[in-house]
Design a protein. Structure first.
Length: 380
């Protein structure tokens, strides 16, 4: 194996008879060797997923595979691979290895199939115009220090107008979480809605006996679920987000550590979980009448929050059917899909951030090996 100007070349022995001969496989190998092999690309993307920056990924790749490339080269390669994954998810060419019929609520039994749906937004750091200029100067300085001629840098993209952008995630998973499908998008709520519908079709969501949504209550999510005709049996409000709003009101009314406030919050949450909306609403009305000024405003904010999500507060009904009332798997995916994006000082173009998230989507969906097998060159 030879490394020339950061590119890998493999020496191969050729045998030829006295009157000449041609081996068909040579043509395929020659074409494959004109670019970086699938194995090297996959390894670079794998190392990047657990890395902290592209320079470190380059060091690790050189150590484990004796493949030498600059961090800038690997960044370009890895982001390009991620964009291929984005396109494959969008076009439906990523082979999904499970469908709703595989999602038995209690594995090993003849019980009903059950699929959970989740959706959320997560913020990722974007690179602004000023930061782009500074980054470009750093890259040019590195190139000059290497002392050899390099290809011109591509034309700079426009910087983001804000330091952070919200990305949308859509997830589907079963009760034991052995089957998961998670995909992120840089698009808006409409694009997330299209993604919801597209993925639902890929896993035959409509064929599941029980189809349950758990989301944080954002109006745009509910709007897309209804507008796209997602075939859910119920869409519930994640209990953790309800609790967040209850404790937000508690802190205003009672203070951070008042025992009476803790008791009140525990009672209200217990009532929501076990008694349902109507009984708990009456408790909130009675409680609100006790306060004036900023405390009443906090009580009104809580009442408005729950009243706007009345149809999603279904905890007793969910419990009776053995359904989850939390969106923990979706929240966990928000962290894992953006972990590589949120290191110290990191800033991204939106399409590159989406590409990195797409690679992590393969891992979180247990599709890493399946996807890369589809990238192997076909020789028949």
């Amino acid at each position: 194996m030879l490394t020339v100007n950061g590119r890998v070349r493999v020496a191969r022995i050729r045998w030829q008879g006295s009157d000449g001969s041609r081996t068909v496989i040579d043509g395929y190998l020659d074409r494959a060797e004109r670019t970086i092999s699938v194995g090297i690309r996959e390894m670079a993307c794998r190392l990047n997923g657990g890395g902290t920056n592209f320079d470190r990924t380059a060091e690790n790749l050189a150590h484990v595979a004796q493949v030498h490339a600059s961090g800038e080269t690997l960044r370009t390669l890895i982001e390009a691979e991620g964009r291929k994954v984005v396109k494959a998810f969008r076009e439906g060419t990523v082979p999904i290895t499970w469908t709703a019929k595989d999602c038995v609520a209690e594995p090993g039994t003849a019980g009903p199939t059950r699929v959970y749906f989740g959706c959320d937004g997560v913020m990722a750091p974007m690179v602004t115009a000023g930061e782009k200029t500074k980054r470009r100067q750093t890259i040019q300085s590195k190139r000059r220090r290497r002392g050899r001629k390099c290809r011109p840098l591509p034309r700079a993209k426009a910087g983001a107008d804000q330091k952070y952008k919200e990305f949308k995630l859509v997830t589907y998973y079963d009760e034991p979480k052995t089957h998961r499908l998670v995909v992120g998008t840089k698009g808006n709520g409409e694009e997330a809605g299209r993604l919801m519908r597209r993925l639902a079709g890929r896993i035959d969501l409509a064929t599941a006996a029980e189809k349950v949504g758990n989301v944080d209550g954002a109006p745009w999510i509910r709007g897309q679920v209804e507008g796209r005709g997602l075939p859910l049996d119920a869409l519930g409000l994640d209990f953790y987000h309800l609790a967040e709003n209850v404790h937000k009101a508690r802190r205003v009314v009672y203070g951070d550590s008042d025992v009476a406030g803790m008791v009140w919050a525990g009672d209200i949450l217990h009532a929501f979980k076990h008694d349902g909306y109507d009984i708990t609403w009456e408790k909130l009305v009675t409680w609100r009448a006790l306060w004036r000024g900023p405390k009443r405003a906090a009580a009104d904010a809580l009442r408005n929050y729950v009243s706007e999500r009345r149809e999603m507060i279904l905890y007793p009904a969910f419990a009776a059917k053995g359904w989850q009332i939390g969106s923990g798997p979706t929240e966990a995916c928000c962290k894992t899909l953006t972990q590589r994006l949120k290191g110290p000082g990191m800033r991204w173009d939106a399409d590159n951030a989406e590409a990195i998230m797409a690679l992590e989507s393969l891992r979180e969906s247990d599709l890493w090996k399946t996807y890369w097998q589809t990238q192997l060159p076909q020789t028949t």
